[in-house]
Design a binder for this molecule. Structure first.
Ligand code: KG4
Ligand code: ZN
Length: 342
């Protein structure tokens, strides 16, 4: 069995993880999020410089957590896209250097395939067919998945504009809540009434695409509400909770529609917004009622991390996939069709 090192640097988290035969041996994470807070969003150059500083110490920390030596590592997987170009380049360079120094194969992988693979670390291999809802800072997609590494992934829908996480980040800014918006809206919503304001569910009309996503109109609706006449009875927590309810209701409704449409009885929800407490509880409720098996990774595996990249690398290695070319490059924008890149 091969120990696979996974490296993730597509955004503001430097993640390194080690997986062998579907088992997470250990991982470590460094984040530059504190350096971006005052800008209200990730600054690519700052993220890239932080990756350069953190990558080697994070590798060391992950090796220690997994109780491994460099000589135990049999393959390297690295996020080669999509993501911030400058940030991706740091991970790809580190992955190439490690693979070359250790004399082991290198696998460039798709970040979103990594998000989906994260779930297999806790719930085991995916069934023959599943619907995967990816809700992250950069993507919102419904995927029809058979074998994560063998069969091309079919996109049933992709957001027409903002991603769900992006909407959380932008709405948090409107409400004066700190970046990243998802966790702060989640926390603030605990003191609010999700029924205080009924924001219109996007693309839920009769003539709208049944599985379509769009979040920029919702963001504008919140902006209009905030700019409008103040209702003294409504708190920031109420607005946050009502917005969160709208997103959760929308993504869970569409995900269940996708399961029905495709005749699939397993739903996997992954990506940063899968860490949202209301998305999780509403999905649990509705999946239980519909007889759908719900799989959501634990919160720390929902947001970006190195373990998920090691997980998809491990699936590729066990499937006998051809390694990527030694001059593997980074692709800042590339749709998820195949888990392996380059
Ligand atoms: O998957 P991820 O870590 O990075 C990307 O690949 O984009 O997702 C980050 C996104 C951010 O927009 C963040 O605000 C959101 O996930 N997020 C959440 C929560 N935790 C992170 N959104 C809602 N509720 C949360 N608890
Ligand atoms: Zn991600």
């Amino acid at each position: 069995m091969t120990v696979v090192m996974g490296i993730e640097t597509s955004c503001d988290e430097t993640g390194v993880g080690f997986v062998k035969d579907g088992v997470l041996l250990g991982d470590a994470l460094a984040s530059s999020i504190d350096e971006h807070v005052r800008f209200g969003g990730v600054v690519p150059e700052i993220a890239a410089r932080a990756h350069v500083q953190s990558i080697v110490p994070t590798m060391r920390q992950a090796l220690d957590a997994a109780r491994l030596d460099w000589s135990d590592v049999g393959a390297v997987a690295v996020t080669a896209g999509p993501g911030l170009a400058t940030a991706l380049h740091v991970g790809v360079a580190a992955g190439k250097a490690a693979a070359l120094a250790l004399g082991v194969p290198l696998y460039g992988v798709h970040h979103l395939a990594g998000h989906a693979a994260a779930d297999t670390l806790v719930h085991g291999p995916l069934p023959e067919r599943s619907i995967v809802l990816i809700v992250s800072g950069g993507h919102t997609s419904l995927l029809s998945v058979r074998d994560l590494v063998r069969t091309p992934i079919v996109h049933l829908s992709d957001t027409l504009d903002d991603a769900a996480g992006e909407a959380f980040d932008k709405v948090a800014r409107l409400l004066g809540l700190p970046y990243p918006g998802g966790p702060s809206i989640d926390a603030t919503s605990r003191d609010g009434d999700p029924r205080a304001i009924r924001f219109t569910r996007p693309l839920m009309g009769q003539r709208d695409p049944a599985l379509g996503f769009s979040f920029s109109g919702l963001k504008s609706a919140v902006a209009r509400y905030v700019a409008g006449p103040q209702d003294p009875g409504i708190t920031t927590a109420d607005i946050a909770a009502s917005f969160q309810e709208c997103v959760a209701d929308t993504v869970v409704t569409k995900a269940l529609r996708a399961c029905r449409q495709e005749g699939v009885d397993t739903l996997v929800i992954v990506g940063g917004v899968a860490a949202n407490s209301r998305v999780r509880s509403l999905a649990e409720e509705r999946c239980a009622a519909a007889g759908i098996e719900l799989r959501v990774p634990p919160m720390r595996l929902c947001t970006d991390n190195g373990a998920m990249i090691a997980a998809i690398g491990d699936l590729l290695v066990r499937d006998g996939a051809t390694p990527s070319v030694p001059d593997l490059g980074a692709r800042s924008s590339i749709p998820l069709e195949l888990a392996r890149l380059g």
